[in-house]
Write a protein that binds this ligand. Sequence first.
Ligand SMILES: [Zn+2]
Length: 268
Amino acid sequence: METERFLLGERMPTSLNQAYWFVFQGEQLVLIDGAVPIAPSAEALGFAPLRMQYVGLLDDIDVISAEISPDANLPENATTSTVRGLFNRLDETQFWVAGRAIQLVDWDRTHQFCGRCAAPMETSDLEHVKICPNCNNRSYPRLCPAVIVAVTKGDRLLLAHNERHREGFYTVLAGFVEAGESLEQTVKREIKEEVGIDVKNIQYFGSQPWPFPNSLMLGFTAEWAGGDFVYEDEIEHADWYTPDDMPPYPPSPSIAYSLIENFRQSYA
Ligand SMILES: [Zn+2]
């Protein structure tokens, strides 16, 4: 994520001059004239938000996320899209800010009541936390860490086709971190579960927020340590590929793309 233009924030300013409004109806981001609108208030744009969250500063302009009713009428010049559908339509920084915005909206929407005693939660003015006035339970926006791993065997890279991947992409393997696991344990378990091989020399590569709905992708490289391919369930095909003979793989700016390009360049 290119971060120079965006400064993360948690406290809603007491007064707003102009702000970017990332307004969501359900999972849909509402664009005005095809862009994220700038206005002094949601009302000025014709919206009546149910809830609002402070997101940060984008190009020195406050960013607010807001949720409107599923039944609300939209202005005539409004269009809607999932955040994921805006991958190439917003600039890259706005795309990642939209990802933070939808996660805050989703957290606010799904933590209205205490998970322990069911009392209505109160939202802190100081940070993104909901506090139960009855039992003091606290709820923060939750991230689900997942590992994504480029496994090599000599000058070949492991790529797999998963039935979930549209467009016939082949990509590196990924999976969620389970409770109680270290990241290295997750890497070893996921690769073994998905394709039946053992890996060694696990090295951290980099990370990327993946707000669909709330993952943080942690990239690793690893080397084959033993075993032959055994796969079933979601994996339709897996194989080792040399840099000059690769199947179609995911586009930038995904971390899968970065891992695969890193492999290609190191053997080019
Ligand atoms: Zn409670």
